[in-house]
Design a protein. Structure first.
Length: 233
Protein backbone atom coordinates (compact mmCIF):
# COMPACT_ATOMS: atom_id res chain seq x y z
CA UNK A 1 0.00 0.00 0.00
CA UNK A 2 3.01 2.29 -0.43
CA UNK A 3 1.39 4.06 -3.36
CA UNK A 4 -1.36 5.26 -1.01
CA UNK A 5 1.00 6.49 1.69
CA UNK A 6 1.49 10.14 2.55
CA UNK A 7 4.65 11.95 1.50
CA UNK A 8 6.84 11.94 -1.59
CA UNK A 9 6.55 8.19 -2.08
CA UNK A 10 2.76 7.91 -2.18
CA UNK A 11 -0.43 9.48 -3.46
CA UNK A 12 -2.34 9.61 -0.19
CA UNK A 13 -1.86 13.33 0.36
CA UNK A 14 -2.77 14.13 -3.26
CA UNK A 15 -5.99 12.14 -2.99
CA UNK A 16 -6.82 13.93 0.27
CA UNK A 17 -6.25 17.33 -1.35
CA UNK A 18 -8.42 16.21 -4.24
CA UNK A 19 -11.20 15.32 -1.79
CA UNK A 20 -10.93 18.76 -0.17
CA UNK A 21 -11.19 20.39 -3.59
CA UNK A 22 -14.26 18.27 -4.36
CA UNK A 23 -15.91 19.41 -1.12
CA UNK A 24 -15.04 23.06 -1.83
CA UNK A 25 -16.49 22.96 -5.34
CA UNK A 26 -19.61 21.08 -4.21
CA UNK A 27 -20.36 23.47 -1.34
CA UNK A 28 -19.79 26.60 -3.44
CA UNK A 29 -21.82 25.21 -6.36
CA UNK A 30 -24.69 24.11 -4.12
CA UNK A 31 -24.83 27.51 -2.42
CA UNK A 32 -24.80 29.30 -5.77
CA UNK A 33 -27.46 26.90 -7.02
CA UNK A 34 -29.67 27.69 -4.03
CA UNK A 35 -29.54 31.37 -4.91
CA UNK A 36 -30.47 30.56 -8.50
CA UNK A 37 -33.14 28.16 -7.25
CA UNK A 38 -34.84 30.83 -5.16
CA UNK A 39 -34.74 33.22 -8.11
CA UNK A 40 -35.94 30.58 -10.54
CA UNK A 41 -38.81 29.53 -8.27
CA UNK A 42 -39.84 33.18 -7.94
CA UNK A 43 -39.95 33.45 -11.73
CA UNK A 44 -42.00 30.28 -12.16
CA UNK A 45 -44.48 31.34 -9.47
CA UNK A 46 -44.90 34.83 -10.86
CA UNK A 47 -48.33 36.02 -11.97
CA UNK A 48 -46.79 37.48 -15.14
CA UNK A 49 -46.78 35.03 -18.03
CA UNK A 50 -43.54 36.32 -19.67
CA UNK A 51 -41.71 35.95 -16.35
CA UNK A 52 -43.00 32.39 -15.94
CA UNK A 53 -41.84 31.58 -19.47
CA UNK A 54 -38.35 32.79 -18.56
CA UNK A 55 -38.27 30.52 -15.50
CA UNK A 56 -39.59 27.57 -17.51
CA UNK A 57 -36.95 28.14 -20.19
CA UNK A 58 -34.16 28.07 -17.61
CA UNK A 59 -35.20 24.78 -16.01
CA UNK A 60 -36.16 23.11 -19.29
CA UNK A 61 -32.94 23.99 -21.11
CA UNK A 62 -30.55 23.20 -18.26
CA UNK A 63 -32.24 19.93 -17.32
CA UNK A 64 -32.49 18.90 -20.97
CA UNK A 65 -28.80 19.38 -21.85
CA UNK A 66 -26.19 16.87 -20.58
CA UNK A 67 -24.23 18.26 -17.64
CA UNK A 68 -20.87 17.65 -19.33
CA UNK A 69 -21.99 19.64 -22.37
CA UNK A 70 -23.00 22.56 -20.16
CA UNK A 71 -19.55 22.54 -18.57
CA UNK A 72 -17.88 22.55 -21.99
CA UNK A 73 -20.13 25.35 -23.27
CA UNK A 74 -19.48 27.56 -20.25
CA UNK A 75 -15.74 26.85 -20.16
CA UNK A 76 -14.96 27.43 -23.83
CA UNK A 77 -17.81 29.86 -24.46
CA UNK A 78 -16.93 31.80 -21.33
CA UNK A 79 -13.34 32.21 -22.47
CA UNK A 80 -14.54 33.43 -25.86
CA UNK A 81 -17.00 35.88 -24.32
CA UNK A 82 -14.40 37.37 -21.97
CA UNK A 83 -11.89 37.72 -24.78
CA UNK A 84 -14.48 39.41 -26.99
CA UNK A 85 -15.20 41.96 -24.27
CA UNK A 86 -11.47 42.46 -23.65
CA UNK A 87 -10.87 43.20 -27.35
CA UNK A 88 -13.37 46.04 -27.14
CA UNK A 89 -10.96 47.68 -24.72
CA UNK A 90 -7.90 46.95 -26.85
CA UNK A 91 -6.65 43.86 -25.01
CA UNK A 92 -5.67 41.16 -27.52
CA UNK A 93 -3.86 38.58 -25.35
CA UNK A 94 -5.33 35.15 -24.65
CA UNK A 95 -7.45 34.95 -21.50
CA UNK A 96 -8.23 31.67 -19.76
CA UNK A 97 -10.84 31.61 -17.02
CA UNK A 98 -10.02 30.04 -13.68
CA UNK A 99 -11.11 26.38 -13.69
CA UNK A 100 -12.49 26.58 -10.15
CA UNK A 101 -14.66 29.60 -11.00
CA UNK A 102 -15.97 28.03 -14.19
CA UNK A 103 -16.63 24.72 -12.42
CA UNK A 104 -18.55 26.35 -9.59
CA UNK A 105 -20.54 28.49 -12.01
CA UNK A 106 -21.39 25.53 -14.28
CA UNK A 107 -22.38 23.18 -11.48
CA UNK A 108 -24.26 26.00 -9.75
CA UNK A 109 -26.31 26.65 -12.87
CA UNK A 110 -27.09 22.94 -13.13
CA UNK A 111 -28.02 22.46 -9.48
CA UNK A 112 -29.98 25.71 -9.59
CA UNK A 113 -32.34 24.30 -12.21
CA UNK A 114 -33.17 21.33 -9.98
CA UNK A 115 -33.32 23.48 -6.86
CA UNK A 116 -35.82 25.71 -8.65
CA UNK A 117 -38.29 22.86 -9.00
CA UNK A 118 -37.72 21.67 -5.43
CA UNK A 119 -38.29 25.13 -3.96
CA UNK A 120 -41.29 25.79 -6.23
CA UNK A 121 -42.89 22.55 -5.08
CA UNK A 122 -42.17 23.40 -1.44
CA UNK A 123 -43.83 26.81 -1.80
CA UNK A 124 -46.91 25.24 -3.35
CA UNK A 125 -47.02 22.68 -0.52
CA UNK A 126 -47.52 25.34 2.16
CA UNK A 127 -51.22 25.16 3.17
CA UNK A 128 -53.11 28.25 2.04
CA UNK A 129 -55.05 28.13 5.28
CA UNK A 130 -51.92 29.08 7.20
CA UNK A 131 -51.42 32.15 5.02
CA UNK A 132 -55.05 33.15 5.43
CA UNK A 133 -54.85 32.64 9.19
CA UNK A 134 -51.72 34.81 9.37
CA UNK A 135 -53.46 37.57 7.43
CA UNK A 136 -56.47 37.30 9.72
CA UNK A 137 -54.14 37.66 12.71
CA UNK A 138 -52.91 40.97 11.29
CA UNK A 139 -49.48 39.87 10.01
CA UNK A 140 -48.01 41.92 7.18
CA UNK A 141 -46.44 40.31 4.10
CA UNK A 142 -42.89 40.50 5.47
CA UNK A 143 -43.87 38.86 8.74
CA UNK A 144 -45.81 36.14 6.92
CA UNK A 145 -42.77 35.49 4.74
CA UNK A 146 -40.41 35.28 7.74
CA UNK A 147 -42.59 33.33 10.17
CA UNK A 148 -44.73 31.18 7.86
CA UNK A 149 -43.21 30.79 4.42
CA UNK A 150 -39.50 30.42 5.17
CA UNK A 151 -39.81 27.76 7.93
CA UNK A 152 -42.44 25.79 6.02
CA UNK A 153 -40.71 25.96 2.65
CA UNK A 154 -37.41 24.93 4.25
CA UNK A 155 -39.11 21.93 5.90
CA UNK A 156 -40.75 20.77 2.68
CA UNK A 157 -37.70 21.45 0.52
CA UNK A 158 -35.03 19.74 2.62
CA UNK A 159 -35.53 16.18 1.28
CA UNK A 160 -35.39 17.37 -2.33
CA UNK A 161 -32.44 19.65 -1.69
CA UNK A 162 -30.64 16.70 -0.14
CA UNK A 163 -30.98 14.90 -3.47
CA UNK A 164 -29.78 17.98 -5.34
CA UNK A 165 -26.72 18.11 -3.07
CA UNK A 166 -25.90 14.47 -3.80
CA UNK A 167 -26.19 15.13 -7.55
CA UNK A 168 -23.97 18.20 -7.24
CA UNK A 169 -21.41 16.23 -5.25
CA UNK A 170 -21.24 13.53 -7.94
CA UNK A 171 -21.20 16.09 -10.76
CA UNK A 172 -17.94 17.52 -9.40
CA UNK A 173 -16.28 14.53 -11.07
CA UNK A 174 -17.20 16.03 -14.46
CA UNK A 175 -15.15 19.19 -13.99
CA UNK A 176 -11.96 17.15 -14.16
CA UNK A 177 -12.27 17.67 -17.93
CA UNK A 178 -11.42 21.37 -17.53
CA UNK A 179 -8.28 20.65 -15.52
CA UNK A 180 -9.46 21.15 -11.95
CA UNK A 181 -7.61 18.75 -9.67
CA UNK A 182 -10.33 17.07 -7.61
CA UNK A 183 -10.87 13.40 -6.74
CA UNK A 184 -11.39 12.08 -10.27
CA UNK A 185 -8.58 14.12 -11.81
CA UNK A 186 -6.15 13.03 -9.11
CA UNK A 187 -7.21 9.39 -9.46
CA UNK A 188 -6.74 9.58 -13.23
CA UNK A 189 -3.25 11.09 -12.97
CA UNK A 190 -2.24 8.66 -10.21
CA UNK A 191 -3.50 5.62 -12.11
CA UNK A 192 -1.58 6.68 -15.20
CA UNK A 193 1.58 7.30 -13.23
CA UNK A 194 1.51 4.07 -11.21
CA UNK A 195 -0.37 1.84 -13.68
CA UNK A 196 -2.73 0.91 -10.87
CA UNK A 197 -6.09 2.17 -12.20
CA UNK A 198 -8.24 -0.23 -10.17
CA UNK A 199 -6.64 0.86 -6.89
CA UNK A 200 -7.12 4.58 -7.43
CA UNK A 201 -10.55 4.44 -9.03
CA UNK A 202 -11.72 2.18 -6.21
CA UNK A 203 -10.30 4.66 -3.71
CA UNK A 204 -12.10 7.48 -5.56
CA UNK A 205 -15.36 5.53 -5.30
CA UNK A 206 -14.83 5.02 -1.57
CA UNK A 207 -14.15 8.72 -1.05
CA UNK A 208 -17.36 9.66 -2.88
CA UNK A 209 -19.27 7.10 -0.82
CA UNK A 210 -17.88 8.55 2.41
CA UNK A 211 -18.78 12.09 1.41
CA UNK A 212 -22.26 11.01 0.34
CA UNK A 213 -22.79 9.06 3.56
CA UNK A 214 -21.81 11.92 5.85
CA UNK A 215 -23.86 14.34 3.74
CA UNK A 216 -26.90 12.08 4.00
CA UNK A 217 -26.57 11.97 7.78
CA UNK A 218 -26.32 15.75 7.87
CA UNK A 219 -29.48 16.25 5.82
CA UNK A 220 -31.34 13.64 7.86
CA UNK A 221 -30.41 15.53 11.02
CA UNK A 222 -31.55 18.79 9.43
CA UNK A 223 -34.88 17.20 8.49
CA UNK A 224 -35.43 15.95 12.03
CA UNK A 225 -34.70 19.44 13.37
CA UNK A 226 -37.01 21.09 10.84
CA UNK A 227 -39.83 18.65 11.62
CA UNK A 228 -39.61 18.94 15.40
CA UNK A 229 -43.05 19.50 16.86
CA UNK A 230 -44.84 18.41 13.68
CA UNK A 231 -47.56 15.87 14.28
CA UNK A 232 -47.19 12.57 12.47
CA UNK A 233 -50.26 11.14 10.78
Amino acid sequence: MGILSFGDGGWGDEMLLGALMTISVAVASFAFGLVLGVGGASLKLSRLAPVRVLGDAYTTIIRGIPDLLIIYLLFFGGNGAVMSVARLFGYTQYIELNAFTVGVFALGVISGAYSTEVIRGAVLAVPTGQIEAAKAAGMNRLLIFRRIMVPQVARFALPGLGNVWQLTLKDTSLISVIGLVEIMRTASVASGSTREPFTFYLLAALLYMLLASFSNRGFNAAERWANRGVRRA
